[in-house]
Design a binder for this molecule. Structure first.
Ligand code: ATP
Length: 238
């Protein structure tokens, strides 16, 4: 399988704190890959380093074979790489529809944008119902749906998702994870998912990386990790 994303020997620091230690990972085209790990293990930093929001102090990140370590974060969506950051970050004073339009701001294919708007309204009917409401009036789950829908409006090849289930009820989380699987299967979208909830993440993903204190300590097929005794104890509460 061709790699769409490769990180090689990446280190990242916040001042004197080293958050990533020599992280290497690969995501194949069409895969769902998850990064699991405890609080503070470096999961969010990994995603932010891929996007260039946090600068790697050493190592390489390549997307579709091209080094992106020095590409500005706001230029990546036009290259097909789109991040849904932790904490949703929708525009609270814009309407749902305007938030969705922002996701497609760089596109010029009006017909494609219209088609994608139809798609996200089909995936998330509640966003259609609330299309004229301000983003800030939505519930937490609806805001997470809006954040994902806005990313889909850029028609990404690859989606980076940071803790999409954070603070959501199990039912809403299940809905969000169904959508993630759906866009992966139906549209061939590649997904890199950071999740605290390792149980859900390992059920959804093809492969997984385990991060501990900034370093990759294990990588394997997700179903094999679910059977691993250490993983069961440390991350699956079994
Ligand atoms: P969480 O699930 O809590 O978000 P995480 O696995 O995503 O955890 P990171 O947020 O990537 O972990 O944090 C990795 C390390 O970097 C932690 O030790 C954290 O305290 C530190 N860190 C993260 N952000 C900053 C920052 N802005 N300034 C200083 N240190 C930071």
């Amino acid at each position: 399988m061709a790699a769409i994303l490769e990180m090689q020997g990446v280190c990242a620091h916040y001042g004197r704190i080293q958050a990533l230690r020599d992280v290497s990972l690969t995501v194949g085209e069409g895969e769902i890959v998850t990064i699991i790990g405890a609080n503070g293990a470096g999961k969010s930093t990994t995603l932010m380093t891929i996007c260039g929001i946090v600068k790697a102090t050493s190592g390489h990140v390549r997307y579709q074979g091209r080094p992106i370590t020095d590409v500005r974060a706001d230029l990546l969506p036009a290259m097909g790489l789109c991040q849904v950051p932790e904490g949703r970050r929708i525009f609270p004073r814009l309407t749902v529809r305007e938030n969705l339009d922002m996701g497609a701001f760089f596109r010029r294919d009006a017909d494609g944008i219209e088609a994608d708007l139809g798609l996200v309204y089909r995936l998330f009917p509640v966003l259609f119902e609330r299309r004229r409401q301000h983003g800030g009036t939505l519930s937490g789950g609806e805001q997470q749906m809006l954040a994902i829908a806005r990313a889909l409006m850029s028609r990404p090849k690859m989606l980076l998702l940071d803790e999409p289930s954070l603070g959501l009820s199990p039912m809403i989380s299940q809905h969000i994870f169904r959508i993630i699987r759906n866009v992966n299967e139906e549209r061939g979208m590649t997904i890199l998912l950071v999740e605290q909830n390792a149980n859900i993440a390992l059920k959804l993903a093809d492969r997984a990386y385990v991060l501990e204190t900034g370093a990759v300590v294990m990588e394997d097929k997700a179903d094999r990790l679910r059977e691993n005794t250490d993983i069961k104890k440390a991350y699956l509460g079994q």
